[in-house]
Design a protein around this ligand. Structure first.
Ligand code: SAM
Length: 242
């Protein structure tokens, strides 16, 4: 059984324990990963237009664990987290053995929160970069596409504001890796996404249908929580083996 989290104790104690006893030998269990990710702090003042809500620990753990165990896409890999927010996917990727994570967000406050989480977990191999995914410069694109193995993201859904931004994230992700992109999308938009993937000549596999229990942290939300059906999707260039 996991030790209980002790108030005021540095999070790194637990991470180090995982590193020593389990992570190195691929033993970290899904439930353990989820428990650690619950300790990642979320957005203090989320911005509506940027759709800032953190991926719940349970979903983040399921995503990363699947990428790790079914596709060998995390351990010893360079993982790119697009729209990293407070960093739950980046931190989880390091826990599962990523050799390096590049975490990108357009918002300085999000990167500051991410940096704080990284420091609390005492992780050193996460690089933060401030960029707009819809307008990446050629310097970063050229630099990243040489080394990035796997792209993970929970993009803005983009159904009300910034229509289509989720697929812009996917397109950018695919342009930055010869590996695969793993992403969350509203199930209600599945047909549209399938059509886009077809148009782009990409393989698309729905790995899981999940329920996203979104805590209504944004002022625009009328209820305390809302359940959103989401697809966990893997996109890959046609030549990438499954
Ligand atoms: C739904 S949140 C996900 C946050 C985090 N990845 C997670 O899983 O908890 C979407 C993130 O994308 C960022 N974002 C929105 N538009 C962006 C853009 N054009 N370029 C880069 N990041 C953006 C937001 O600031 C926010 O942190």
């Amino acid at each position: 059984m996991l030790p209980p989290f002790v108030l005021n104790s540095p999070k790194c104690l637990f991470v180090n324990q995982v590193t020593d006893e389990a992570m190195a030998s691929r033993q970290l269990k899904l439930k353990e990963l989820e428990t650690y990710l619950e300790e990642v702090d979320g957005f203090e003042n989320p911005k509506v237009l940027l759709e800032q809500y953190s991926t719940p620990a349970h979903l983040a753990a399921c995503m990363l664990y699947t990428i790790h165990t079914s596709f060998d896409g995390i351990k010893d890999k360079h993982v790119l987290d697009l729209g990293c927010g407070c960093g739950v996917l980046s931190i989880g990727a390091v826990m599962l053995g990523a050799s390096k994570v590049t975490a990108v967000d357009v918002d300085e406050d999000a990167l500051a929160a991410c940096q704080q989480n990284i420091e609390e977990f005492e992780m050193e191999n996460i690089d933060l970069e401030l960029h707009d995914i819809t307008d990446l410069g050629s310097e970063i694109s050229e630099r990243l596409k040489v080394t990035v193995d796997t792209v993970v993201m929970n993009p803005p859904f983009g159904t009300k504001h910034n229509k289509g931004i989720d697929m812009q994230f996917v397109k950018t992700g695919l342009s930055l890796t010869s590996g695969a992109v793993y992403s969350l999308h509203k199930t209600s938009t599945r047909e549209h996404i399938q059509k886009k993937a077809e148009d782009w000549g990409m393989d698309m596999t729905i790995l899981a249908e999940m329920k996203y229990n979104l805590k209504c942290t944004l002022k625009s939300h009328k209820k305390d929580t809302v359940d959103i059906e989401v697809d966990f999707i893997r996109f890959a260039h046609k030549s990438v083996k499954k």
